[in-house]
Design a protein around this ligand. Structure first.
Ligand code: ZN
Ligand code: ZN
Length: 301
């Protein structure tokens, strides 16, 4: 069975918006749901997409920036209180043990407040299966797919020594999906993504983000602002860079998500798509929350 992709949250950030939740993408296959990232708003968007919490069979986190993890406590806590006790793999780079154990500590007062009502229920922790992607292969064998991951270029210098950011290749029997996660240009991604069917990529409009940051971070000093702008311009992908990546990896289609800044008032999608289309001739989709792609949808991938 071919997977269907649902873009639950399409905003990169963190920026609080009404029209775009923070980053999360669902892959649906044979009544199972796999989440790639779980930014703030994921729980609400799952409900809007009529995707039951009980169908979630794994959560895959590319890296631990808050726009990719913000709704993990809500998902795990709500799932647990709703008596969904199937084991849930939480898969990501080193740090996933800290993330899951921290959420369990966060939920412990909630569990204590319920003692006596759900005596036989397992603890939230007992249903979670943290899986660290490490070693040269960084792989995970799921029921429906094989996942491999590579280090990307979202982190440099001191940050790269302390943390890892990954890109994911999901190989389903008849479709390969590639998630860039957050990254700058990366030769590792070009090799790893080669021959995928669909590239699900982040994208940034650097000039718009520069204007946004200067307007919204008035208390940031000039050296902090300079460092943030370097991060935004060298550790993310412009539309032109996404197009080059799509061309170099010979994918069939591109879905843009993690739109930055992706503000509510934006109406012109071409600011994100035209640079991609200048390099790549296949279908290029600028996603909005709750769009469907692939099997059973109008958007072919
Ligand atoms: Zn991000
Ligand atoms: Zn990030």
């Amino acid at each position: 069975m071919e997977p269907t992709i649902v873009t639950l949250g399409t905003g990169g950030g963190p920026i609080a918006r009404s029209e775009r939740a923070e980053t999360s993408t669902a892959i649906l296959v044979d009544h199972r749901t796999y989440l790639v990232d779980a930014g703030a708003g994921t729980l609400l968007r799952l409900a809007a997409a009529h995707i039951p919490l009980s169908s979630i069979a794994g959560i895959f986190i590319t890296h631990y920036h808050i726009d990719h993890t913000g709704d993990l406590p809500a998902l795990i806590g709500t799932r647990w209180v709703n008596r969904i006790y199937a084991p849930l793999p939480i898969v990501g780079p080193p740090g996933v043990e800290d993330i899951t154990s921290g959420i369990c500590r966060f939920l412990e007062p909630t569990r204590q407040a319920r003692t006596g009502k759900i005596d036989a229920a397992p603890t939230p922790c007992s249903t979670l299966v943290p899986v660290t992607l490490k070693g040269p292969l960084r792989e995970f064998d799921g029921k429906d797919f094989r996942l491999t991951a590579v280090l990307n270029t979202h982190y440099h210098g001191e940050t790269a020594r302390a943390a890892e950011s990954l890109s994911f290749r999901f190989e389903f029997p008849h479709k390969t999906l590639y998630f860039t996660g957050d990254t700058g240009p990366s030769s590792a991604i070009i090799s790893h993504a080669n021959g995928s069917d669909t590239l699900i990529s982040e994208v940034i409009d650097e000039e718009k983000m520069r204007i946004y940051l200067k307007a919204h971070y008035p208390n940031m000093n000039s050296s902090e602002m300079k460092a943030l702008l370097v991060h935004m311009t060298s550790e993310h992908l412009t539309p032109l860079q996404v197009g080059e990546l799509a061309k170099q990896t010979h994918v069939n289609s591109v879905i843009l998500t993690h739109i930055v800044p992706g503000l509510d008032a934006e109406t012109d999608d071409s600011q994100y798509t035209s640079g991609v289309k200048s390099q790549f001739t296949g279908p290029v989709y600028l996603s909005h929350d709750l769009m469907c792609f692939g099997s059973g949808s109008d958007h072919k991938i």
